[in-house]
Write a protein that binds this ligand. Sequence first.
Ligand code: AMP
Length: 418
Amino acid sequence: MMTIDNFNFAGKKAFVRVDFNVPVDENFVITDDTRIRAAMPTLKKILADGGSLIIASHMGRPKKNPDPKYSLKHIVDHVSKTLGVEVKFVDDCNAADEACAALKPGEALLLENLRFYAEEEGKPRGLAEDATDEEKAAAKKAVKASQKEFAKHLASYADCYVNDAFGTAHRAHASTALIADYFDADHKMFGYLMNKEVTAVEKVMSETVRPFTAIMGGSKVSSKIEIIENLLTKVDNLILAGGMTYTFMKAQGGKIGQSICEDDKLDLALELMAKAKANGVNLVLAVDAKVGDGFSNDCNAQFADVMNIPEGWEGMDIGPKTMEKFADVIKASKTILWNGPTGVFEFDNFSNGSRAVAEAIVEATKNGAYSLVGGGDSVACVNKFGLADQVSYVSTGGGALLEAIEGRVLPGIAAIKG
Ligand code: AMP
């Protein structure tokens, strides 16, 4: 597989798929430019080699073309400043032939939002609400057919393809997957960010040093079923925390008061417990909870046995015994994966459990464990606690990371790796 370090971009035009889907305020001012900064090592390496950049990204979920609200023109100046080169803007990503042909070494251009074309995602748009199933199928077939042409056209702009958009690696879109078919193996590669993400996932999921502990938190078991099932075939210890705890407790006959619970998942909880036992996985559940008498930071709070929460109270974080229990398992681990808080960490009074988990992961990491944190709110947790730089890797890709943990092949990765 070609790597960005082994490729000499001198005199070459590189089509670089990045994830510049940054949040902007009502005046289109970027409120968090992490994603732009994250792509800089790749973009700068290509320019430093003497290559030129055709930068492509999506922004938001536009339903039509063009939708000014989602135009990438609003970020061009910021990208120029961050890159240190004046970036040109092409306001139609599917009509950039001349601008790309005119690019000289060291120059860069940014294409307008790829999702202004339905072909990018390969999903039909503008269907009448009362469209029949046949009409829907025909529209889908048509957009799928033109998707390949769209990908081929984007590919024609450049000599090589670099994918640095891990955040969309789980999508089989024109610019994230199909485009790679139009470059041979020596002319397509991951960018630095993508490479870091792929390496991190591999370190955890396939090159695992044991004991391997996964901590799954968050609100609902229903949104994590596939991940938990896949992890039950991989981990030594599975810590289940957060709101899903109470579904497991109720399934075992516990009293959970007003705690969040999915009553239609009680059987599933028991099945997962049986599966863990059958697979020899140490399933680690909470024993106590910090409960509140209302869903707010300032509600009255107390600790309770997790199987015996009083009426009128709800479990909003783990209690001190559980913190210790979780920390002991985490500190004895050599590979750690954390997804999802142990409680309502957004409320300071219910964030201690998530903090304790983060601190245990930091300590294990100092002692040589490899730790990957990612997939949504656990990233916000390590940032809130100022510990992001003390774990091995914090993933930038929410959905993509979760699908990788589910054991799925990500189209954006497969398109390059084969
Ligand atoms: P998820 O998106 O499924 O990873 O869930 C993250 C959310 O779960 C966060 O916003 C937490 O506040 C929430 N959460 C965690 N524990 C609980 C709990 N015990 N009760 C209600 N919400 C919770």
